[in-house]
Design a protein around this ligand. Structure first.
Ligand SMILES: NC(=O)c1ccc[n+]([C@@H]2O[C@H](COP(=O)([O-])OP(=O)(O)OC[C@H]3O[C@@H](n4cnc5c(N)ncnc54)[C@H](OP(=O)(O)O)[C@@H]3O)[C@@H](O)[C@H]2O)c1
Length: 240
């Protein structure tokens, strides 16, 4: 899978990791990048990026916008499911509604977008789906139980569609970042990786066919622990 001359779509592209992914796709010569935004007031960041970028309205919780997406995108090489939320839900103390919120967005929203764009991906001889999960999707961080459950479900979804889409020649990549310096981690007292480094590593991994992408210094340490000892990682994260 090469980014040069490809058509890509990035969800949650108006800020954070999504915005730098769009810029990095342009740097690598993508011919067209569909970049989704949820609210009109956040579209300006995308309008400045030139005519290879096509801003598209998308709200993962609104099926109408997802259906429109499939009408406006006829063929696609790279789908990057980046949009997501972090609510900090504590499973034993918070409401079921808060957990549903995490799962509606991070799992069902991502799945609906993927299904809507599958016909466009199948039209191309070379195509990839990149799902942005989290290290918290590999083993639970108890203080962020809702987020962990939603990202673990996304990890499982990634494995399911990888198996199903192999025969269609569509590669499926899971991305498992640690803390990255975006609005999502504002107020966190921990080292965060620059989103531009994370975006470069995500696209390097996609171009090189890496199925599990660990795009920052913390996830580079977590990845091998998960791959060799999932139980060890659970024990490691138990205090979070
Ligand atoms: N930052 C981290 O430390 C970190 C670590 C691990 C994984 N991740 C994952 O990386 C991805 C990007 O996160 P980020 O750090 O760049 O966060 P961010 O700065 O908070 O950006 C999140 C993006 O997702 C969009 N979004 C949220 N809910 C949406 C919905 N219902 N419909 C459409 N778009 C929606 C947001 O749109 P609005 O601007 O309209 O809200 C925004 O564009 C997420 O999936 C996140 O879980 C981040």
């Amino acid at each position: 899978m090469k980014v040069s001359n490809s058509t890509a779509l990035v969800t949650g592209a108006n800020r954070g990791i999504g915005l730098v992914l769009v810029k990095e796709l342009l740097n690598r010569g993508a011919s067209k990048v569909y970049a989704t935004y949820r609210s009109e007031s956040n579209r300006a960041a995308l309008d400045e990026l030139g005519d290879r970028v096509i801003p598209v309205h998308l709200d993962l919780s609104d099926k109408t916008t997802i259906a429109k997406l499939s009408q406006s995108v006829s063929s696609l090489n790279i789908l990057i499911n980046n949009a997501g939320i972090f609510t900090g839900t504590n499973l034993l103390e918070d409401t079921e509604e808060q957990l549903r919120n995490d799962i509606e967005t991070n799992l069902f929203g991502t799945l609906a977008v993927t299904k809507a764009l599958l016909p466009a991906l199948k039209k191309e001889s070379s195509a990839a789906i990149v799902n942005v999960s989290s290290i918290a999707g590999l083993a639970a961080m108890p203080s962020f139980g809702g987020y962990s459950a939603s990202k673990a479900a996304l990890h499982s979804l990634t494995q399911s569609i990888r198996g199903k889409l192999k025969a269609d020649g569509i590669s499926v990549h899971g991305v498992y970042p640690g803390p990255v310096a975006t609005r999502m981690t504002e107020g966190f007292e921990m080292d965060t990786a620059p989103p531009s480094d994370v975006a470069r590593t995500i696209l390097d991994g996609t171009e090189n066919g890496v199925e599990e992408i660990f795009p920052d210094p913390l996830s580079e340490q977590v990845g091998p622990v998960y791959l060799s000892s999932p139980k060890g990682l659970e024990q490691n994260f138990a205090g979070f």
